[in-house]
Structure formats: C-alpha cells, structure tokens
Design a protein around this ligand. Structure first.
Ligand code: GTP
Length: 238
C-alpha cells in the first residue's frame, strides 16, 4: 500500500536509540523493533536515506571535554556510526529489505564509499541507503551530516527520531508546565537555544528550506505515521 506523502526522506536516528534501556551498546531487541518500524514506513512507498549517530558507543564531544584531542575523539565517534550502520543494515536485511551502506571515510573492504549519484540510484531502486561516518570531518555532528546528506539526495524532509514526542519550550522531564510546539521556525529554535539539532545543522536546514520533523521513536509505528503525514511531533520550518 503506497500512501506516503513524501517521495524521499532522510531519517536521523541517535546512536542512543539503539541502546534502549541498556544506556550504551546495541540492544538487539530494540534494533529489531526499529528495523521493523523502518520496514513498515518503507512499505508505504517512500525512499529512505538513513543517518545514525554513534553516542551509544562513543561520544566525541564528551571525550574532548575530558581532555582528549577533539579531532581524534570525533574520528572515533565517526567509526562508532559505522558500527551502528552495519548493525542496522544487518537488521534490515534480516527483514528482506535491500540496503547499501556508504561511508564518508573510505573503508572499502567494509562498505561502499559515499558517492552522491550512486546513493540516489540506490534510492531510486528502492534500497535503503545508510550514510555512515558522519560528514567525514571532525567538528561536525551527525545531525549536520543528516542535514547535508538530506540536501544532497534532495530529500523533502529530515525526520529526526528522539525520545520525546516533539519540541518543548523547556525540558518536559523536569517541568510539568512545559509547552509542546506543533510547529516552530528555525530562527525561533536558534534564538531560544532549543535542543533540536546543533546550530550548524539547523542553519543548514534554514538556508536551504529543508523542514525537520521531530517525533518520539519509542512509540511503535511512529515512523510510518510521520511518512503518512499524521501530525505527530513538531515540525521546524520557516
Ligand atoms: P546497481 O548495479 O546499480 O544495481 O548497484 P549495486 O550496488 O547492486 O551494484 P554494485 O556492483 O555496485 O554492488 C554490488 C554489491 O557490492 C553491493 O552489495 C554493494 O554494496 C557492494 N559494493 C559496491 N561497492 C563496494 C565497495 O567499494 N566496498 C564494499 N565493501 N562493497 C561494495
């Protein structure tokens, strides 16, 4: 049944999402639940590019705060995204989905190098393309990698999976009167310092008018709901 309102999207998952309640590493049960959700969304007829973070394995910024060289720790974080990408590829292929992993840092024994035109070709053939190793550069987050790849593959929207059901004016875990936005502008997100994505990623989306939808991944079926156009979560646009 094809009732996606989008032709092509970029799905951004945090590395922590793969850890589930374990807090770190990869929880295979959670991994398979996410893969099933992606399969349901894909069956709606949408082309999916995927970027996953690496924070469940290694957080570059946190290590640099503790004295590690920032570039070295960021490279370690990029390698962590490759591990998560291979795990997701395996879980998706277990569900008989066609996938390709492309890495921004060449490791051709393990995966294809990132080649934009090839990625688009894979998407056109219905393959889920997982973009690994961030942008290949230190000092850039995987959110920025997601924004960049979304633009490069002409995705219509970034779908950012989180642990909360949208963007709030303050932390809903700490404040019972926190107010959820259904819609918010890029500039408001930047001015209010809301933790949606880092400012580089938000600015890139703003300059190129790429909408971002944030939603709660922990609720089963939510990726498909977003793809069908259900108004869950928060949309960021101009
Ligand atoms: P089409 O020919 O367009 O249908 O794409 P394809 O990906 O099926 O063809 P290709 O011959 O490029 O790839 C065949 C398999 O080899 C796929 O599973 C690719 O992911 C994999 N592959 C292609 N290039 C590389 C590479 O540089 N490194 C690794 N490790 N695998 C690669």
């Amino acid at each position: 049944m094809a009732n996606s309102i989008y032709k092509r999207v970029l799905l951004k998952l945090s590395g922590e999402a793969l850890a589930g309640k374990d807090g770190s590493g990869i929880n295979t049960e959670v991994l398979h639940q996410i893969a099933n959700d992606i399969k349901d969304a894909h069956s709606l007829g949408v082309q999916i590019g995927l970027v996953v973070g690496g924070g469940n394995i290694f957080r570059g910024v946190a290590a640099s705060v503790k004295g590690m060289d920032r570039a070295s720790s960021d490279y370690m974080g990029m390698l962590a995204t490759c591990i998560n990408s291979l795990a997701l590829q395996d879980a998706l292929e277990n569900l008989h989905l066609d996938t390709r992993v492309q890495t921004a840092i060449e490791m051709s024994e393990i995966a294809e190098p990132y080649i934009r035109r090839k990625a688009i070709r894979h998407l056109e053939k219905g393959r889920i393309v997982i973009f690994a190793a961030g942008t290949g550069n230190p000092y850039f987050t995987t959110d920025t990698a997601a924004a960049l790849r979304a633009m490069e593959i002409n995705a219509e929207v970034i779908i950012k999976a989180t642990k909360v059901d949208g963007i709030y004016d303050k932390d809903p875990a700490k404040f019972s009167d926190a107010k959820k936005y259904d819609e918010i502008t890029y500039i408001e997100v930047l001015n209010k310092g809301l933790q949606v994505m880092d400012s580089t990623a938000i600015s890139l989306c703003m300059d190129n008018r790429l909408p971002i939808i944030t939603f709660n991944l922990t609720q089963k079926g939510n990726i498909a709901r977003v793809i069908k156009g259900d108004t869950i979560g928060t949309i960021v646009r101009s």
